[in-house]
Design a protein around this ligand. Sequence first.
Ligand SMILES: NC(=O)c1ccc[n+]([C@@H]2O[C@H](COP(=O)([O-])OP(=O)(O)OC[C@H]3O[C@@H](n4cnc5c(N)ncnc54)[C@H](OP(=O)(O)O)[C@@H]3O)[C@@H](O)[C@H]2O)c1
Length: 278
Amino acid sequence: MRGVDRPIAVITGASSGIGASFAEQLGARGCDLLITGRREQILRTRARELKERFGVGVQVLVGELTDPAVRAGLSDTVRNLPRIDWLVNNAGYGRGVAFTDDEYEEQRSLLSVHVEAIMELTHAAVARMPAGGRIITVSSLAGYGVSRRSAVYCASKAFATSFTESLALELAPRGIGVLALLPGFTCSDFHRYEAVPKRNRGIVRWMPAETVVRAALRASDRGRIVCIPGGANRLLYLLMKLLPRTTVYRLMSGGVRKMLAGDTGHSSSHSTRPHPRS
Ligand SMILES: NC(=O)c1ccc[n+]([C@@H]2O[C@H](COP(=O)([O-])OP(=O)(O)OC[C@H]3O[C@@H](n4cnc5c(N)ncnc54)[C@H](OP(=O)(O)O)[C@@H]3O)[C@@H](O)[C@H]2O)c1
């Protein structure tokens, strides 16, 4: 896949939404790409388009990241690349089911994508990353929130943010930039099964995935460690940080929870509903 001196970017979950936008914007920066996802046909079409538009090499790796063998295979592939200039840990999904109402195995699987895949891939990639390399982990504002129907989602995103912040300190002396991206309500396939209309209401402001990714790359270029894209999302973040926790619990259990349900309560792309493979 590799052109002579082109940088290499590895992006998980690039078949749609935020990951697809990262593939486009890093392709536009002249990176050769390794993109992953489960919907093979969509991924291969995207790969063809990216090659044509940007003249870069694109390698596709199709696999279910809840599967330890797939995660190990992806890590091996990454270790065998000549170098990695960008790693974007993006793949993720919601269950939209209360922890105790769901099969335990489904909840554990969610954790394996949001926690184990990020750890494994980051560990593998850093070994191949020169000074100037970048790691972006797509976490969520939900990591600061609480939810009656997304306990593991919120907890795993809290892990992703905290892990990434510490890693930024760890890797700074090696000249590697590390960024946690904390989107709020973002238009993507994440919400494709929700009946709720995606309209702006009160503090809820939906953002296009391209805008979120542009903000992330700009923040990474500036050496930031955390990026919360969009003014409304930054206000939400402040409210979650500054309000007494008991107030946050009350709000998230009542009407405000419904209003804020986009990323924290009603999504599933895994197995509560059939997953489109193409
Ligand atoms: N959309 C939002 O409102 C929002 C807000 C905050 C944070 N986020 C985070 O942003 C990230 C990207 O989500 P998105 O909004 O762009 O949603 P999306 O359009 O559904 O994209 C998710 C990507 O992750 C891949 N993926 C999901 N589960 C996977 C699994 N088990 N194994 C392998 N690949 C898997 C999907 O691939 P396939 O579909 O091909 O399997 C897809 O490419 C996620 O980490 C999500 O938690 C989203």
